[in-house]
Design a protein around this ligand. Structure first.
Ligand SMILES: Nc1ncnc2c1ncn2[C@@H]1O[C@H](COP(=O)(O)OP(=O)(O)OP(=O)(O)O)[C@@H](O)[C@H]1O
Ligand SMILES: [Mg+2]
Length: 581
């Protein structure tokens, strides 16, 4: 092992000499307390190290030891339900070791070494195996089968197989070249895990949020960003997606948000129940958290730790969603580190490679055939962005925009009016909609696309009319146009608005969303016809049908068809009756 010594300390950045031979991105242990750090620059015989822990108290001349390894994560059974810090130290185990706060220099393996798992081998002695091959299965939770995979780059002939109760480090497979494989494997976080082939994004990533699934859907394996000013609902939306989105595994990266916000996640998540399975939500969740009081370097590492864990479950053939809140805090960590390195700053002090880094992160999203060639897996990424002052022209929003496929812009104005989720339907967009059309046509209903377009057209029309109304007053618009304004209101308040805190409304399957749109647009059309038949606008509005339409969100998905069909008839009859009187 190479040993150097500390010659300079500047916050989380430390310079060491005599570390010749250490390579870029190699992990080192710094000082008597053996703080974990990573070499981020080598120049003129000096190695610059970013330290993942508090460096107060560290002194010049203290030793620095190179480990010969890059920053890696441990992958294997036992990841689910865990809460890790940015460099994958388990927070619960650490809390036990060092009290409430993480003591420095603590080394604790990410995966439990004692726990025994039931390993069911799926290869036999004599089998030729290739990289990515499924070697066996472990029922990690009631609903998730953990597939033990041959690590990338590993192949050979199986000469020994051990099934039954094993720990993560027990050898379960031995190959003819003497290689021993256990359920645990490691992977360097900064490198994307390989797969066989990318698949086109043709399936929707259903979020349960009407405004997203209907207006701005993304594909399984796609990437979306949620830019939004202070308090516009980024965290609530990310957490709502973590609860309801259709995924087998959720990796939630809480990156440098305010301390209390992460505490909420840590206390709330373990209490939640997965609405799809009725089992604890944590059973399908891995939390990677860094609060703003943890060192910036660990924050920088956390999104790589998160995405690597996500890719690992993808490689087993699972659907994974990664939520990152907020990527702006990550970018700020990058900026801080860059400035300590005295690099040439780019826009607003962010390093010039900000866009490249964001690109390599979002590129790790995808729907793929794994190395095993069996089944398919996906990583979908949803990253929150917190532009200062809610100004979307700032560098992090702009750079993220270019490397993601959907822009779910949160509007300060909507949030202020308590229209949640505050997705701005004018500014938001998705590049996936066209590719997903076939799926919605076939699986939800052929009217889906037409209704979606009609709803958007109404909202657009409403905007134009509102401008006129603002200029000359409501009296200046004709009754037919007022029906249109009224219909747009129903779409906004009855369809796009959705309460994250209402038991039923919090998540909405597309079949229910379809009924809601169908009813609102049917009403709109019939009301217009009634006016044509001489019914007064006042009489149409007084019929009170709008009240019913506004509460459709609260109708349970199981009842929507019956309730919807009845309401459809009622709309027809009520308006027809008005025309007769
Ligand atoms: N979908 C929702 N339904 C109901 N209320 C919501 C919803 N989303 C946000 N809110 C309200 O807005 C508040 C702020 O939301 P949130 O904390 O998610 O904002 P944020 O954008 O993450 O803020 P910050 O910029 O501070 O991180 C919430 O506490 C809640 O009262
Ligand atoms: Mg937040």
């Amino acid at each position: 092992m190479k040993e150097g010594s500390v010659v300079k300390i500047s916050g989380p950045t430390v310079v060491a000499r005599d570390l010749e031979g250490a390579s870029l991105y190699e992990v080192v242990r710094v000082g008597g307390e053996r703080l974990v750090g990573e070499v981020i620059r080598i120049r003129g015989g000096l190695a610059t190290i970013q330290v993942y822990e508090e460096t107060t108290g560290l002194g010049l001349g203290e030793p620095v030891i190179a480990t010969g390894e890059p920053l890696v994560v441990e992958l294997g059974p036992g990841l689910l339900g865990q809460t890790f810090d940015g460099i994958q130290r388990p927070l619960s185990a650490l809390a036990l070791l060092s009290g409430d706060f993480i003591r420095r220099g603590i080394a604790h393996p990410a995966l439990d070494r004692e726990k025994r798992w039931d390993f069911e081998p799926l290869v036999r002695v004599g089998d030729e195996i290739d990289e990515g091959r499924i070697l066996g299965a472990i029922q990690e939770t009631a609903h998730l089968t953990h597939r033990v995979l041959a690590p990338p780059g590993v192949s050979g002939k199986v000469v020994e197989v051990k099934g039954g109760k094993v720990t993560v480090t027990d050898d379960v497979i031995v190959l003819d070249d003497g290689r021993r494989l256990s359920p645990l494997q490691r992977w360097p976080v900064r490198r994307r895990r390989p797969f066989k082939r990318r698949l086109t994004p043709a399936l929707p990533f259903l979020t349960g949020q009407r405004v997203l699934d209907c207006f701005f859907p993304i594909a399984v394996g796609g990437a979306a960003i949620i830019p939004g000013g202070f308090g516009t609902g980024k965290t609530v939306l990310e957490q709502t997606l973590a609860k309801f989105a259709a995924a087998d595994v959720i990796v939630y990266v809480g990156c440098g948000e305010r301390g209390n916000e992460m505490t909420e996640v840590l206390t709330e998540f373990p209490r939640l129940v997965d609405p799809r399975t009725g089992t604890p939500l944590m059973d399908r969740t891995v939390l990677v958290v860094n609060t703003s009081n943890m060192p910036v370097a660990a924050r920088e590492a956390s999104i790589y730790t998160g995405i690597t864990i996500a890719e690992y479950f993808r490689d087993m053939g699972h659907q994974v969603a990664l939520m990152a809140d907020s990527t702006s805090r990550w970018a700020e960590a990058l900026r801080e580190i860059s400035s300590r390195l005295e690099e040439m700053p780019g826009e607003e002090g962010f390093p010039t490679y900000l866009a490249t880094r964001l690109g390599t992160f979002y590129e790790r999203a995808g729907r793929v055939i794994p190395l095993s060639g069996e089944g398919e897996g996906a990583v979908t990424i949803v990253g929150a962005v917190s532009p200062p002052g809610g100004d979307f022209s700032e560098p992090v929003t702009q750079a993220s925009l270019r490397v993601s496929g959907a822009f779910w812009a949160l509007s300060t104005d909507l949030a202020y009016r308590r229209h949640f989720p505050a997705i701005d339907w004018v500014q938001s967009f998705t590049l996936y909609a066209e590719r997903l059309q076939d799926w919605f046509n076939e699986e939800v209903g052929e009217e889906w696309i037409a209704l979606r377009e009609e709803a958007m057209r109404l909202l657009q029309k409403e905007r134009e009319l509102q401008e006129i109304v603002q200029l000359v007053g409501l009296d200046a618009v004709q009754d037919q146009e007022r029906v249109l304004i009224e219909s747009a209101r129903l779409i906004r308040e009855g369809f796009l608005r959705q309460s994250a805190f209402h038991e039923v409304d919090a998540s909405c399957p597309p079949a229910k969303a379809l009924w809601m749109l169908r009813l609102i647009l049917h009403y709109s059309q019939r009301a217009a016809l009634a006016l044509g038949d001489g019914v007064s606008l006042k009489a149409v509005l007084a019929a009170g049908l709008d009240e019913r339409l506004l509460r459709l969100g609260e109708v349970s998905p199981g009842e929507i068809e019956a309730v919807g069909a009845a309401l459809m008839t009622e709309i027809d009859e009520t308006l027809k009756a008005l025309a007769r009187t």
